[in-house]
Design a protein around this ligand. Sequence first.
Ligand code: FMN
Length: 530
Amino acid sequence: MTDDASRAGVAEVLAYHDRTKHAFDRFAPALGYLDWATQPDPFRRYAGAPVVELPRRVPAAATAGPLTLDTLGECLRCAFGLTAWKQAGASRWALRSNPSSGNLHPTEAYVVAPEVTGEGWRVSHYAPREHALEQRAALGSVVPACPAGVCLVGLSSVHWREAWKYGERAFRYCQHDVGHAIGALIYAATTLGWRVRLLDGWSDADVAALLGVDRPLPKGVEVEHPDCLLAVGPGDVDAVVWSVPDPWLRAARVASWQGDANALSPSHVEWPAIDAVTVATQRVTRAAPVGRTHAGDSAHDVDPVGREWLIRRRSAVAFDGRGRLDHRAFARMAARLIPGGHPGSGLGPSPVWAALPWEPRIHPIWFVHRVDGLAPGIYAQPRVPSAISALRAGLRSDLLWEPVAGFDGLFLLAPLDARGLARRLSCDQDIAADGFIGMAMLAPLASALDAHGPACYRELFWESGLIGQVLYLEAERSGGRATGIGCFYDDAVHDVLGITGHTLQSLYHFSMGEPVEDRRLTTEPGYAWD
Ligand SMILES: Cc1cc2nc3c(=O)[nH]c(=O)nc-3n(C[C@H](O)[C@H](O)[C@H](O)COP(=O)(O)O)c2cc1C
């Protein structure tokens, strides 16, 4: 991309970002009501594609299970499978291992795997309701460079699913959801002793061509936009980071593709602002992996998250306003967000950071309501020491920046009861105030876009979604529950923190506490056989 094109793209991104801010007196453009007649089908299917049912048994725990149909199925089930059906009156809806804004699930998952799903390499779409793979294309044995025990998982998004409810702001939510989905995949892989690497040497067009989502669709069938490709498995995932897409793409180009995508809604509302930001944030170049480092090894998680937490994870709909978080549990959560953890205190990082080829760019501002041994108030956690000065310079000058004893890299900014503030800023949602902690996630938006180009806008949301996924699972571990918060009054948050311009922007909010169950709902397992 030329400098001019990149500058124009950055301007487009900032314009989208600003016009999709919620304010006290004006929500981001949306329909303003739910058109139930066009509610999108949450399940994409490819009619006519051969279906491979995935095994319905849990493989015995292994330290590094080989890549088989059993283990692949288990990985997909724990990452993207159904984990509950809820019912209220006549409505019944599925919930999944990965969370999604409004439970609309824009993210589709594809697998490009060798022999295990049939002869040679195949591209398959994961159908979560059926827990099955729909075989879209056979690639033959064209990828000799790929090490044994590695497959690729590709993600794409149907923006319309989120736009149906949320209008223009939906693009942001789709990107959060991609981050959550990447996190869900990494945790699922880690339970099998597998590792994951995000492949950034692929352009969006490359990813689309391999997954087949760039193929012509009949009129009215919703487009899927390519998001990312990940190397997954017990084999040498690092070797795949260095491989080039061309042999895969040659095979995909000549393969015969099977299956017709279903239309998800009978009609659609156009959102040109989403179309524009989609184009502006396309990854058009193949990043050279040189110089991009992956932080450590996801297989050595000192605080592994158990399979049962992945299946049990749920968003709270309300918190009790009383529950407290244990000091040690908070320390572990904070450490899990740091790529190296806090080795001095024996607290390890989450395995998700090893999969990313970039340094942390999202930094938490914690709203501490009730944590044992910590004064209620607002805290900052720059996730790398090099971010401290930019954060200090970007926030109001009267904040304390007092290092918190026993917490590496945590700073008290202002001791106060932040409950009312957190609620007001988070679209007046009680969940932001009634939990034991809340969070705003800050990104150095302007400098990140300048340094890495407009496609980086999506990566910033992915990273915030990843932080959310880590915290969802840590909440389950600590006996509490969490909820992602996509709805917040952007510039009101910035005003409170003294942020001006686009130097820092809050991209995602989060809450965690002692949940109150909604007893009006009935719950059934995600799969009758499970
Ligand atoms: C990006 C994102 C934003 C969300 N925003 C909100 C929110 O503002 N308020 C809320 O109550 N829940 C929010 N949620 C929670 C979703 O409604 C929830 O994930 C979805 O209903 C699926 O339920 P589950 O998480 O239990 O699977 C959000 C979730 C995500 C992933």
